[in-house]
Design a protein around this ligand. Sequence first.
Ligand code: C2E
Ligand code: MG
Ligand code: MG
Length: 286
Amino acid sequence: ALYKAKSEGRSTYHFFEAGMDAELQQRRSIEAGLRLAMQRNELRLMYQPLLGLAENRVTCVEALLRWDHDERTVSPAEFVPVAEDTGLIVPIGEWVLQEACRMAASWPNDVRIAVNLSPVQFRHKELVDQVKNALKAAGLAPTRLELEITESLLLTDSESTIAALHELRAMGVRISMDDFGTGFSSLSYLSSFPFDKIKIDRSFMRDVTTRADSQAIIKAVIGLGQSLGMLTTAEGVETEEQLALVREHGVSEVQGFLFSPPLQPTALANLLHSNAAKRQAKQKAS
Ligand code: C2E
Ligand code: MG
Ligand code: MG
């Protein structure tokens, strides 16, 4: 029995080691590829529309990064952490800002663009200038740009980060708290900065129709947003049932596969322009 235990322990150990090795190798290969991704034009943005429920139209579009590499499309969940560790997220993030603002400038001007920012980008003093430059180059009004940050940003470097956030907001740029509810001390973060929008993490949406606690949390966060004067977005809305529920609780916006998955830039532009044309025709008729 002793021998068996030993040998099992050993094989577990080897298995673990092999697993680590494969992971490390995978990471190295991502790192090497990512360094060349920009010059090879392998990065692109997909655009997911958000539906404003009171407006009954697309009020905002989120830019989502994709990397076409080695005959597959790598998800940001896989490569953004590597880009953060290597600092590559700084030039990549700058490109995202430029590209997203440029694209948004061609849309109807009642539609905003949302761009995700990594905490690493805030450690660089140029972030505020990068935002200014992107807006200027695109000719986009700052009020049409939303920057999405997560709670982890406020864990460190609070003072300079909060200062940068205030500077951006003073320009008219909106600041959203992304993936709300997944961090540690969400409530204190909400009072540390006047966020314009709270995006409720999609993990709460997943079991909202079967679990009373998820429903209670969603309801509470929407209420919190209302009392704090912040808009709320429900992420990950995939079914009519989920939509009905968050609508009933007064959420401002929904994002999810039910309304639309992330789209190619041309498909998104077509959607926005045909919607705008329909609304105009309706207005004329009435
Ligand atoms: P996020 O900012 O929370 O973006 C929403 C994610 O949810 C996207 O995943 C989107 O495709 C996915 N999603 C949307 N609707 C649904 C739905 O109904 N059901 C489900 N299951 N998923 C839905 P994606 O594109 O894979 O992005 C993952 C994360 O990567 C983003 O989460 C964001 O944190 C990060 N990311 C994406 N683009 C950028 C970027 O340009 N810069 C930085 N720093 N991070 C980015
Ligand atoms: Mg986001
Ligand atoms: Mg999110």
